[in-house]
Write a protein that binds this ligand. Structure first.
Ligand SMILES: Cc1cc2nc3c(=O)[nH]c(=O)nc-3n(C[C@H](O)[C@H](O)[C@H](O)COP(=O)(O)OP(=O)(O)OC[C@H]3O[C@@H](n4cnc5c(N)ncnc54)[C@H](O)[C@@H]3O)c2cc1C
Length: 139
């Protein structure tokens, strides 16, 4: 099937990036009973910042118990300011436990978004964007 005849897969929600933020959003969607989403991640693995930075001594500078998902406290942090590898493992472990890793499309970079409708709720700091289509790039 070529690109002209291929049927587009309809996905309700697209999350860009499988870092702390994207995976946290995905878990919250799951907890809300929403399963119809995909996470596009341009790298080969999840973890974002904590995947990309592995220099010696790389660690969190906010106490680990605070630098955690509120719904997934971790009594096993090895230190108050945990090292990068431990945080990366935590992100992966929690994502796995909440069954969101299977929603991640790795090595897919979002190149362009066509905004269909923008609703701004002034004063409420709420902005709703409806995405009409995305162009993705397989590396
Ligand atoms: C060394 C270091 C230490 C830090 N320490 C702290 C700390 O102590 N406390 C603190 O609060 N914050 C800290 N931060 C900031 C940290 O970046 C954030 O806390 C948080 O991890 C950011 O998560 P994120 O998901 O928003 O972004 P990221 O972790 O950057 O994840 C974004 C993801 O999106 C992907 N992506 C980007 N563009 C595209 C695209 N076009 N298509 C597909 N995928 C894409 C990226 O590959 C990446 O995986 C630190 C940052 C660094 C670098």
């Amino acid at each position: 099937m070529d690109s002209d005849t291929a049927e587009a897969e309809r996905i309700r929600i697209v999350i860009i990036g499988a870092g702390f933020a994207g995976l946290g959003m995905a878990i919250r969607l799951k907890q809300s009973g929403i399963d119809d989403f995909v996470i596009l991640e341009r790298a080969e693995d999840v973890g974002g910042t904590w995947r990309d930075n592995s220099y010696p001594g790389c660690a969190v500078d906010v106490q680990s118990h605070l630098y955690s998902f509120s719904f997934a406290p971790n009594p096993d942090w090895s230190s108050v300011y945990s090292p990068q590898a431990e945080i990366w493992a935590y992100i992966r472990r929690v994502s796995e436990a909440h069954d969101v890793l299977r929603h991640v499309g790795e090595r897919i970079a979002l190149l362009h978004v066509h905004l269909h409708r923008t609703a701004l709720h002034h004063g409420e700091r709420l902005q709703v964007l409806e995405v009409e289509g995305v162009i993705i790039c397989w590396h």
